[in-house]
Ligand binder design. Structure first.
Ligand code: UD1
Length: 369
């Protein structure tokens, strides 16, 4: 059996790492890895491959920066060529990026079953690029007679509401698997020293969504709000800057909202997780980081109108806020209050194994021993 995996953006490298390892460990199938090139800077891509021990991709599509249509269409055309050449039994795609959608469209049109990892996540607004990608990908996976691998029952229920009931597997979250495993090797002391912060004395902040960073009248109060939360709670900020956020902050003249020492380059997985674990709390608009904060036992203020990870925010652990200084200040006060940990929401840390098993049994090769 041959399976192709397609990755392209930071969160997908993290997810592929464990699936790839599980496949190699169990010799479950011949695995071909494709990188779309959606993320291409050293600290947005290469660092994850070396740090997480992911083998070099056999194909690199080199799509680079551009509009949504440009990135998706380029990856779609190039991915079709790869799939026609490799003729795999299935294509694994992750999450909700333009790379994900390109893979889904390429595969469904030529009859290759799609295995969608992180299926069934739903989030408003419907017009959010990632939400468009999620819905089209899940429905393509269904039409392709593929598999929909969900992190939780909530995600499976979301699919059911849209009529997707066949080949839906609740497997847990691969990011939780990785977190549990990597936790033992986090270098907390070294990370604190490198950034000159002390345990529980700082906030980790990351903001990169187009709807938060592309407009000055949103980005400015948002950044001031983060600064205000830090001040009220007597904390400093560590803000790893996504390239898009750096570009927009420069363009809008907002670099001086933070001290120079508070702004950092994007971080690798271990360093970021070490700092999250040692932080007071997290402020983010990242789907992955709001979940990783929860895995690390830290709360997150999530600057989004809605979240796909509703279980965490419904429990009151993570707090959703609008990008205004007032909302952020108010969340900054709430987050200092006690809140009980919601317990295990996304599996037991064996999602990668569950996915590999499910693929083996679905495609007729029997479960992995
Ligand atoms: C993408 C995903 C988002 C995910 C995020 C993780 C889509 C629609 N969005 O958003 O769901 O949360 O990845 O980071 O696919 N850039 C660089 N170097 C890089 C990568 C990006 O300079 O290595 C800059 C470019 O100007 C690029 C911009 O960042 O145009 C945005 O990158 P893009 O991949 O389009 O979207 P993200 O915001 O990273």
């Amino acid at each position: 059996m041959k399976i192709v995996s397609l990755v392209g953006a930071r969160p997908q490298f993290v997810k592929e790492a464990l699936i790839n390892e599980e496949v190699r460990k169990s010799s479950a199938w011949e695995h071909v890895l494709v990188h779309s090139g959606q993320h291409y800077d050293m600290n947005m891509s290469d660092v994850f491959f070396s740090e997480l021990g992911i083998p070099a991709p056999q194909y690199h599509l080199g799509i680079g920066s551009g509009s949504h249509a440009h990135g998706t269409a380029t990856a779609l055309m190039k991915m079709e060529e790869v799939l026609l050449k490799e003729k795999p039994d299935g294509l694994i795609i992750y999450g909700d990026t333009n790379t994900t959608l390109a893979g889904a469209l390429a595969a469904v049109k030529i009859g290759i079953p799609i295995i969608h990892v992180e299926a069934g996540i739903r989030q408003l607004p419907l017009s959010m690029p990632e939400e468009i990608n999620r819905r089209l990908t899940d429905h393509s996976a269904m039409v392709s007679q593929g598999m929909l691998c969900c992190c939780s029952q909530t995600a499976a229920d979301n699919l059911r509401k849209e009529g997707i009931v066949e080949r839906v597997f609740v497997v847990g979250d691969v990011m939780y698997d990785l977190f549990l495993r990597a936790q033992k090797t986090f270098g907390i002391e070294a990370a604190l020293k490198k950034f000159g912060v002390c345990e529980s004395g700082f906030i980790v902040a990351t903001i990169h969504r187009d709807f938060n960073v592309d407009f000055v009248d949103i980005l400015h109060p948002l950044l001031s709000g983060i600064k205000a939360i830090a001040k009220t709670n007597g904390l400093s900020v560590l803000f790893p800057l996504h390239p898009r956020t750096r570009k927009m902050m420069k363009q809008f003249g907002l670099m001086d909202v933070f001290a120079e020492t508070e702004l950092t380059e994007p971080m690798g997985y271990h360093e970021l997780m070490s700092l999250v674990g040692a932080s007071a709390f997290v402020v983010t608009d990242s789907g992955g980081l709001q979940k990783e904060a929860y895995y690390a036992g830290k709360r997150a203020i999530v600057v989004m109108p809605d979240t796909g990870w509703r279980e965490i925010s419904d429990s009151g652990w993570n707090i959703l806020v609008r990008p205004t200084e007032e909302s952020l200040r108010e969340a900054g006060e709430r987050i200092a209050r006690e809140c009980s940990y919601p317990g295990s929401l996304y599996g037991d840390g064996d999602a990668a194994r569950n996915i590999v098993r499910a693929i083996r049994s679905t495609f007729g090769k029997g479960p992995v021993a």
